[in-house]
Design a binder for this molecule. Sequence first.
Ligand code: NZQ
Ligand code: ZN
Length: 388
Amino acid sequence: MLGNFSYKNATKLYFGDDSLKYLNEELSKYGKNVQLIYGGGSIKKNGLYDEIVKILRDNGKNIIEDAGVMPNPTIEKLREGVHIARENKSDLLLAVGGGSCCDYAKAVSVSVNCDEDPWEKYFDRFEEPTCEILPVGCVLTMAGTGSEMNAGAVITNHAQKLKIGHVFGEEVMPKFSILNPKYTFSLPKRQMVAGIYDIFNHICEQYFSGEDDNTSDYIAEALMKSVVHSSLIAIEDPEDYEARSNIMWTATWALNTLISRGKSEDWMVHMLGQSAGAYTDATHGMTLSAVSLPYYRYIMPYGIKKFKRFAEEVWDICSEGKTDEQVAEEGLEAMENWMRKIGVAMSLSELGATEDMIDGITDGTIILEGGYKVLTKDEVREIIRKSM
Ligand code: NZQ
Ligand code: ZN
């Protein structure tokens, strides 16, 4: 049965190859001081930085530089961003980049006016903000996380070897996000496919939970088919606008909270992947692909009906004359073939994880209870071992 829920999506989205022009309109809503948040320099190489700086100047804004947001943003960088915002009295946090820049901007937004330590409050005690929240806007350059239209922020604490995500309330969602698929053309292929697998797995995390017959599962299946279809075009021709735009839009829908409404969710692949990420600092989507098959093969018997449905509906596996287990396994084989074809990481050792990290990754894995099997610590260790 579909559970009771509320649904509101607070982000205004501008999509398409002319979407940057709407930044002018959005900027008119906020004060003079714009904190321009970006990463390690890709936007300087592809020219987007210059375009944005021009728009900010034309709109009479003070530009406050906040560069160097690393993939998997750290707590130290978050503290630096908070300092920059306080010193310069930032009125708007404008993130230009991938999920790391968007997440970081959201984490800064809830910390600038907060007296407590952000790590302890938001990523250890998981409290909600009680202070004034700075507005965030995003110009997205990488499709994957869905951060452009959700309230999640993931921060890494290397000292504690923890990578933790907090899904805040709707007031933390970006006020606006600008999505131009052409900005994703300059992504290296490895980042593109990591993003594609991240999208696919976000849908899986919400799909592989619960036994009910609900609308969400039908939407999820369509989104999965779309991302598989477009990924095969994009790996052959990364500048195929139709494929890249479908991927970008699917990423947003995969994690803008719509398909999770009224149903339970799993998220164990993310918990396993994030813990591995804290040890390896590897690309997010790759940590997910590395642990996915050992995890799904392990839980399959506990959710056999859904895995059979996944095989039939997403991978067109014919079930005639086969047991449910055979059909379900063929579905996972088809998924594995697709993963190998697009070229995602298939093991944690490819990402730099070593045997001596297994216990630490196990300890850092938060065990959630929404999936088909609530794992024990020993089962987590076994899955990590199989992922090596
Ligand atoms: O830093 P720059 O130079 O910009 O380079 C980035 C970075 O090295 C590069 N890149 C991005 N757009 C580019 C580009 N290079 C060339 N051309 C472009 N157009 O790609 C690299 C990765 O960027 P990043 O932002 O780190 O990737 P992604 O979008 O995958 O974000 C990953 C972060 O988001 C978190 C992850 O844990 C990770 O910390 N997540 C956030 C979620 C959320 N808010 O809901 C959910 C996700 O599951 C995820 O956990
Ligand atoms: Zn993810």
